[in-house]
Design a protein around this ligand. Structure first.
Ligand code: ADP
Ligand code: MG
Length: 255
């Protein structure tokens, strides 16, 4: 597959909560090599739309998704798509760090174990170490892997959640405001990590922080009232948006 074929693709996607439409007929291609940011005012449907990429809306009572979503050209709603497998291929990191109330080691080992990715204990240990290294956490935790994941600082917990996502060898990582609960230093560490992970995984990040979108992404999609208003190169969206609604938002006129 060439680098310019989209990793994921949404075609005419709408998401409803009951009769209320939260995402309205959105089509977008997600690049495999760039970081894509979803921006827009609170309530515009960013999280709802993001959740449709790994069918997390299936878990929300009353939510209904219309339209087509593809992963490497394959329909993620088709009957041949195993949703557990899909969520390993398209991992997710949430706003609030949510490690399991288990050891640091177990937090990372759990996914590879249930997906049968390790032939034995040594291999599992290797996956845990590699994932924690990739998430920039190994040096801080290598001597206390048996301690509880919930005892870590907020920033460390979020990097543990990234290690957990990475451990099952995903192709795409969805991040929903991954740094919004963190202090500036922990936030900078997450942003640095996004740079390091770029290229290895297709990354989509939701953020209401425009400076963050400008720093971490190469593609930006601006949403308003459930609609995709404008999508393009981050540098152009922030310096030369073509739609007045985008311009009003990035110049701080609302949101
Ligand atoms: P954003 O992430 O951009 O802040 P959301 O995707 O969370 O926006 O929400 C989009 C719209 O859908 C909002 O009007 C919100 O109130 C509504 N919404 C979100 N989650 C639910 C839910 N579980 N049930 C009903 N409405 C919801
Ligand atoms: Mg949200």
């Amino acid at each position: 597959m060439t680098t310019d074929t989209p990793k994921m693709r949404a075609l005419g996607v709408s998401v409803y909560y009951g009769s209320k439409r939260a995402v309205a007929d959105v089509s977008i291609d997600i690049s495999r090599e760039h970081v894509t940011a979803f921006i827009g005012p609170s309530g515009c449907g960013k999280s709802t739309f993001l959740r449709s990429f790994n069918r997390m809306n299936d878990t929300i009572a009353g939510a209904r998704v219309e339209g087509r979503i593809e992963l490497d050209g394959e329909d993620i709603h088709s009957s041949s798509m195993d949703v557990v497998q899909l969520r390993a291929r398209v991992g997710m990191v949430f706003q609030k760090p949510n490690p399991f109330p288990k050891s640091i080691y177990e937090n990372v080992a759990y996914g590879p174990r249930i997906h049968g990715l390790a032939a034995g204990r040594t291999e599992l240990e290797e996956i845990v170490e590699r994932s924690l290294k990739r998430a920039g956490l190994w040096e801080e935790v290598k001597d206390r892997l048996a301690e509880s994941g919930t005892a870590l600082s907020g920033g460390q917990q979020q990097r543990l959640c990234i290690a957990r996502a990475v451990a099952v060898d995903p192709e795409v990582i969805l991040m929903d405001e991954p740094a919004s609960a963190l202090d500036p230093i922990a936030t900078a560490r997450i942003e640095e990590l996004i740079h390091e992970l770029r290229g290895r995984y297709a990354i989509v990040i939701v953020t209401h922080n425009m400076q963050q979108a400008a720093r971490v992404s190469q593609r930006t999609a601006f949403f308003h009232l459930g609609e995709l208003v404008e999508y393009g190169k981050t540098s152009e969206i922030f310096t030369n948006p073509t739609v007045p609604r985008t311009k009003d938002y990035i110049t701080g006129r609302y949101g």
